[in-house]
Write a new protein. Structure first.
Ligand SMILES: NC(=O)c1ccc[n+]([C@@H]2O[C@H](COP(=O)([O-])OP(=O)(O)OC[C@H]3O[C@@H](n4cnc5c(N)ncnc54)[C@H](O)[C@@H]3O)[C@@H](O)[C@H]2O)c1
Length: 364
């Protein structure tokens, strides 16, 4: 039976003041959209982001609320220095991450540091400084690997095909173990392909939808790899933000892990066609898979999001046609804050100079 929730209650149960939310990775794509929405709802918002090179951090993402959002530039692995922010939070949204599957295969150690080690330290700090706090962790569909059946529900076997999926799974388990031990009140969302305003379209290895939008903003024809029939369920960022808000609010969620996917399963070439026609660009071309990507291609994927509908009342509302239109409109206005005119923004190799935290050299 479908149950609509009340909108997020913004009163802290302890103090009665506006809810204080801490968002890790809040200068990135999804975190910044969440931060802006929380400000609209009247929350006190603090963002922690270390601005990892070649991740999606962009100060412009928070330009809609420059005074309302407190920004701390710090790595979440240095969580001891976040004692005050963690202990004062009514809710923590944990989105800090390196999301690139390709980077993770090129530099597994770097991915492990960013997605597993830093997360373990942060989870332990939350246990210490704010026992029992609700923490909502952003996991990924990538943990499931090549689907054994479709749509993929939460009971699907875990079998990631890249290091990013392995380390994200480890981090998700740190949260769930803390919840099982009664140390944290953790909820995990396994997100499908998210798209919308504030995606890092300048970073070529963050995902297919960002690449599509970058190409379209430059008026180039899109390229689809494989036969183009692989299914995906793109989910618009406003819907994802709504899932985070619901995950923050529900008192005693029966399940702790929820899949969050888009409203429709669409073939990649259909996605490319819809996006191209919304941008007024010629139809996409289909190419064979490049060798380096084939090894961690997962074929078709789409989510079964019925559990989160049943338990948290969430469902995706924005169809791809509408969401991609809104996305292109955003970048038409704000493009100069995302793409440098003289840079082609292709090629996925991180360089030692560009690397965060000097970990690339060690990984080579
Ligand atoms: N975008 C998607 O399609 C998608 C899909 C599945 C899951 N997710 C998950 O959602 C979350 C947010 O993704 P996004 O698309 O907004 O990514 P993003 O790259 O835009 O933002 C991630 C942010 O985290 C920051 N960060 C990384 N490691 C950090 C650390 N150790 N300390 C502090 N800050 C750190 C980066 O600087 C960046 O600003 C991630 O956990 C990601 O795995 C995203």
């Amino acid at each position: 039976m479908k149950r609509e929730l009340e909108p997020m209650r913004l009163r802290s149960r302890d103090t009665g003041s506006c809810k204080r939310a801490l968002i890790t990775g809040g200068m990135g794509f999804i975190g910044s959209n969440l931060a802006l929405r929380l400000v609209e709802l009247g929350a006190d918002v603090t963002v922690v982001d270390s601005r990892v090179v070649d991740c999606g951090s962009n100060p412009w993402n928070l330009s809609g609320a420059p005074r309302e959002i407190k920004v701390i530039e710090r790595d979440i692995s240095e969580a001891a220095g976040l004692q005050r922010e963690i202990s004062e939070s009514d809710v923590i949204f944990n989105l800090a991450s390196e999301i690139s599957h390709i980077h993770s295969m090129q530099y597994p150690q770097r991915d492990c540091e960013l997605n597993a080690v830093a997360q373990l330290r942060f989870v332990q700090a939350c246990e210490r400084f704010n026992p029992g706090v609700r923490i909502v962790y952003a996991s990924t569909r990538q943990i499931y690997g090549i689907p054994r059946y479709l749509p993929v529900d939460e009971a699907h076997p875990i079998h990631p095909v890249d290091y990013n999926g392995v380390h994200k799974y480890a981090a998700m388990m740190y949260h769930l173990i803390a919840a099982r031990r009664g140390r944290l009140d953790a909820v995990v969302l396994c997100l499908s392909n998210v798209y919308g305003p504030r995606m890092a379209i300048n970073i070529p290895c963050q995902g297919v939808l960002g690449n599509f939008v970058r190409g379209l903003m430059r008026g180039t024809r899109l390229e689809v790899f494989g036969n183009g029939r692989q299914l995906r369920d793109p989910v618009y960022v406003d819907d994802v933000v709504d899932a985070f808000l619901r995950a923050a609010e529900v008192r005693r969620p029966r399940s702790r892990t929820y899949n969050v996917g888009g409203p429709d399963a669409l073939a990649l070439r259909k996605i490319a066609q819809i996006a191209s026609s919304a941008a007024g660009v010629a139809a996409p071309v289909i190419h064979p898979f490049p060798k380096e990507r084939k090894s961690f291609d997962i074929g078709s994927y789409y989510s079964d999001s019925s559990l989160i509908l049943r338990e948290l009342g969430w469902k995706p509302r924005v169809k791809f046609e509408e969401g991609i239109g809104r996305t292109l409109e955003y970048y038409r206005k704000e493009l100069s804050h995302y793409l440098e005119p003289d840079c082609d923004h292709t090629g996925c190799k991180l360089t030692e100079q560009k690397s965060a935290r000097g970990m690339i050299a060690a990984a080579l």
